[in-house]
Write a protein that binds this ligand. Structure first.
Ligand SMILES: NC(=O)c1ccc[n+]([C@@H]2O[C@H](COP(=O)([O-])OP(=O)(O)OC[C@H]3O[C@@H](n4cnc5c(N)ncnc54)[C@H](OP(=O)(O)O)[C@@H]3O)[C@@H](O)[C@H]2O)c1
Length: 161
């Protein structure tokens, strides 16, 4: 992810370059957020980036998406125990978990993906992203649904820039 911005290695190590870079307003969407890979690897990896200063809470929001009907607090509780490097009860873990939202929907119908797009767009509007919005999709899903999910992303969730 550090390759997304043009920073020096010292800036990358401190995270400062990312925060000051012109690339702002990033939405990270984890599809299959209810699953094993997401909770054990994906969210902890994002937490690690957050701790190192590569994800700035002013610019970044994280959206979990899956079919399971859970609340965002349920999702945060599932993830909390897997956040490594710092005490999961620490202020850092809590502020990281607050960046996460959750949308429930299927992988093969447009309703859920339109709801997801609406949530992302709301965040982008609040942040005044304008033409600087970026959306990064991570598929923590079985390959059997990749094709359908990619079609849905293309049809419903591309940014408007
Ligand atoms: N777990 C790991 O540590 C790990 C490591 C390396 C690679 N992987 C690979 O990463 C992918 C995801 O792994 P995972 O362990 O997270 O799998 P998983 O928990 O079985 O699936 C992830 C999520 O996908 C949805 N899902 C599961 N089966 C589905 C199906 N047949 N059709 C549609 N949706 C389905 C479920 O969410 P909803 O029902 O809520 O939609 C589930 O929570 C797999 O290809 C796996 O081989 C996993």
């Amino acid at each position: 992810m550090s390759n997304l911005v043009g920073t020096s290695s010292s800036e990358r190590n401190s995270g400062e370059g990312f925060i000051q870079s012109k690339c702002r307003c990033l939405s990270i969407i984890v599809l299959g957020a209810s699953g094993d890979l997401a909770k054990k690897k994906t969210f902890p990896a994002l937490f690690n980036l957050y701790n190192k200063g590569f994800l700035d809470s002013y610019d970044v929001h994280i959206f979990g998406y899956a079919r399971t009907k859970i609340t965002v607090d349920d999702l945060r509780d599932r993830i909390r125990g897997f956040l490594k490097g710092k005490d999961e009860k620490s202020e850092d873990a809590s502020s990281f978990l607050q960046l996460i939202k959750y949308v429930s929907g299927s992988y093969d119908s447009e309703d859920g993906f339109q709801a997801l797009d609406g949530e992302i767009f709301e965040h982008e509007s609040l942040m005044n992203c304008g033409t600087n919005s970026r959306r990064l999709f991570y598929l923590a899903l079985p390959p059997s649904v990749y094709l359908s999910v990619c079609k849905m992303i293309r049809n419903c969730c591309m940014n408007q820039c």
